[in-house]
Design a protein around this ligand. Structure first.
Ligand code: URP
Ligand code: ZN
Ligand code: ZN
Length: 466
């Protein structure tokens, strides 16, 4: 087994920073050693990484990605192979992707289908959530079988009528089923019935540009749906995780529920922290690059989201990585914004963009690690195997240079998509090395991993529940 000794770095965990060395033995962290000249350890290692001036972080965990996802007559452009390589470039060592139940199909056959896409193709470790789009007796029974198969989080949609949408009654039934097995329901909380009316009105009036995607999905309808989801979860006594929260209205509902002691959790995504409806309004159909749901909001929402991250009303930052190429895919909605495939690329840039929050004084270093790695691990049953630098944990380790400068661009990113949502953005900090279970995947500007090194994670239950 290969022994790697990481020396001279600053170990950052969710509980603080430490001048310490890390010994990796095979796939696991063998020891975290107070900094002392220890020639014995370093000379017995097969490889020594000098992390002087660098952070040593637990690998990032992105619990919201969509590789090869069918949507609007096309598929998101990253495969599990390309998307997990890009993840590793950005310091993410685990993804949790969404298997998508098509109407009329079973959850277990869906799971098989997603295993067939991912198994043997991933450079980083991976797990699945299940999107439930067809609530019936068989689906409800199969939710328990999914839990047994290590998939214990079920995403439902209050948006997209006729596609993924579930009625309040169906949501209640699925929540009751989840409660019985200890599973968590994840909610896309937007009032899709009302939104569809606004969309039809806009198209009929000739308001077809991408910005109208945002204008027809007002934040009030995210706030309303979030409150309704919280109420349904309360009635069903079900843990609820609000995905891709974008608006202060929704955040207020989450904060109130948490203050009242309910098991309600929420994530936001970098696009809601850094981009705004002004990007959706870019001319010449450029705005289509920023079409995702919920939509980018007026910039005023960003300050509340950063504050929510500090107060823990937002406890996770994931990407909702769902890339569609500008040229062939976003194009499907030219002349009708409602036909633009919804989603944006981002899996490669989450750690870096959040590091800008540290640089700007929005987050502390430990909080950066907490929202990007430790809490996702706990929330989705992976801790302490993942999300921490400690003896016995998987050696998912990122060596991060906090002083390096880089410019985000389609010319240099590794995601399989023909644009960057952050084109030209100059940032501070860069991944130098990414280890996944002890194996280097990114090393000093090169990909040195192997599709197939990533293994499926049979996840436990949400560890925030008592
Ligand atoms: O626009 C988005 N968010 N696309 C991905 C699917 C989803 O709702 O998460
Ligand atoms: Zn969603
Ligand atoms: Zn998503």
């Amino acid at each position: 087994m290969t022994r790697t000794f990481i020396t001279n770095g600053v170990v950052v965990t969710s509980s603080g920073t430490l001048d310490a060395d890390v010994l990796v033995d095979g796939e696991k962290i063998a020891a975290v050693l107070a900094r002392e000249p220890d020639t014995t350890t370093s000379t017995t290692a097969d490889r020594v990484i000098d992390a002087t001036g660098k952070y040593v972080l637990p690998g990032g965990i992105d619990v919201h990605t969509h590789m090869e996802m069918p949507f609007g007559g096309t598929f998101s452009a990253d495969t599990f192979e390309t998307g997990t390589k890009a993840a590793a470039w950005g310091g993410t060592t685990t993804i949790v992707d969404f298997a998508v139940q098509a109407k009329g199909t079973s959850l277990l056959s869906t799971l098989d289908k997603w295993h067939a896409k991912a198994d043997g193709n991933c450079s980083v470790d991976y797990g699945f959530h299940m999107i439930v789009s067809d609530v019936n007796d068989q689906t409800l029974k199969e939710m328990d079988a999914c839990v047994d198969a290590g998939v214990n989080s079920f995403k439902m949609f209050m948006a997209y009528p006729g596609v993924f949408y579930a009625t309040d009654g169906e949501i209640l039934l699925a929540m009751q089923q989840a409660t019985a097995s200890g599973a968590t329901v994840m909610m896309h909380a937007e009032n899709g019935i009302a939104i569809d009316q606004l969309v039809a009105q806009a198209i009929a009036a000739g308001r077809t540009d991408p910005v109208h995607h945002g204008l027809t999905r007002p934040p009030e309808l995210e706030g309303e749906a979030t409150s309704r989801a919280i109420t349904l979860a309360k009635v069903a006594n079900c843990p609820l995780y609000i995905v891709h929260l974008s608006a202060s209205h929704a955040l207020a509902a989450v904060a109130a529920a948490r203050d009242a002691g309910q098991n309600v959790f929420a994530e936001t995504c970098p696009q809601y922290l850094y981009l705004s409806i002004d990007d959706l309004a870019r001319p010449d159909f450029e705005g289509s690059k920023f079409v995702c749901s919920p939509p980018l909001r007026p910039a005023g929402h960003q300050a509340s989201l950063w504050a929510g991250l500090r107060t823990n009303d937002l406890s996770v930052v994931s990407t909702d990585h769902c890339p569609f190429c500008f040229k062939d895919q976003k194009e499907l909605g030219r002349g009708d914004f409602s036909k633009i495939p919804n989603g944006m690329p981002g899996v490669e840039h989450r750690m870096d963009l959040l590091h800008q929050g540290v640089v700007a004084g929005q987050l502390t270093l430990p909080r950066w690690v907490e929202v990007a790695s430790t809490t996702p691990a706990r929330m989705f049953g992976l801790y302490p195997r993942k999300g921490v630098i400690a003896a016995g944990a998987d050696a998912d380790i990122v060596i991060y240079d906090p002083a390096a400068r880089q410019t985000l661009s389609v010319a240099t990113h590794h995601m399989n998509v023909d644009y960057s949502a952050y084109e030209g953005m100059e940032i501070t900090g860069k991944v130098v090395t990414t280890l996944v279970r002890g194996r280097p995947v990114i090393d000093d500007g090169s990909y040195v991993g192997a599709p197939g090194h990533g293994s499926f994670l049979h996840r436990g239950l949400n560890q925030y529940l008592v």
